[in-house]
Write a protein that binds this ligand. Structure first.
Ligand SMILES: CC(C)(COP(=O)(O)OP(=O)(O)OC[C@H]1O[C@@H](n2cnc3c(N)ncnc32)[C@H](O)[C@@H]1OP(=O)(O)O)[C@@H](O)C(=O)NCCC(=O)NCCS
Length: 158
């Protein structure tokens, strides 16, 4: 297992992982085509990476196994987990065959360290409380800071 910064060439993988995040419950909410034509969903990958954005890719035997990435979505085009313009919002996905082996936790550890190094004070994300990922976030120190539709906005103070 290798972890490295997410770069522009990782965009197709980020799109795949965003699809995993939207379809987390085993129900297909979005096809790849629907994701690409949904303005709110697409902003999580559109133009990746912009200034100040960062992410981490996990590789197993040279193959991408998952990714986490942080976007600086502005107030006038926010993500579901928007808190402030200077609080990057995370998205994360791990390919089904690599789940439950610590990849997601390790990706989050890496991206939290990257955020600290970059001088950010907080990270945010949006998660449906039924998603087991919420427990993972809590165990890393994220706390619920608000609600947007059926999802919790969680924030980690760095
Ligand atoms: C959420 C996700 C990224 C976690 O990645 P992962 O590699 O499976 O996570 P880990 O193996 O590091 O497990 C981390 C912890 O989360 C728990 N967990 C999270 N999702 C789980 C699941 N689907 N099944 C079982 N345990 C899960 C584990 O108990 C584990 O706890 P532990 O470290 O104390 O043992 C991955 O399940 C995933 O891609 N899910 C679909 C996309 C998604 O939901 N993204 C987040 C949207 S907010």
């Amino acid at each position: 297992m290798r972890f490295r910064p997410a770069v522009a060439a990782d965009l197709p993988h980020l799109i795949d992982m965003l699809l995993e995040a939207y379809n987390w419950g085993g129900v297909e909410r979005f096809t790849a085509d629907q994701l690409a034509s949904d303005d709110h969903a697409w902003r999580y990958v559109d133009g990746w990476p912009r200034a100040g954005e960062f992410g981490v890719v996990a590789e197993v035997d040279g193959r991408r196994a998952g990714a986490v990435w942080a976007r600086l979505l502005p107030e006038d085009r926010p993500g579901y987990g928007y808190v402030a313009d200077d609080v990057p919002e995370l998205s994360i996905g791990v390919l089904p065959e690599f789940r439950g082996q610590g990849v997601g936790r390790a990706l989050l550890d890496e991206v939290i360290a990257a955020a600290r190094n970059a001088g950010y004070k907080r990270l945010s994300l949006s998660v449906e409380p039924e998603n087991r990922a919420a427990g993972l976030y809590r165990s890393l120190g994220f706390e619920v800071a608000g609600r947007n539709g059926g999802s919790d906005t969680m924030v980690l103070a760095l």
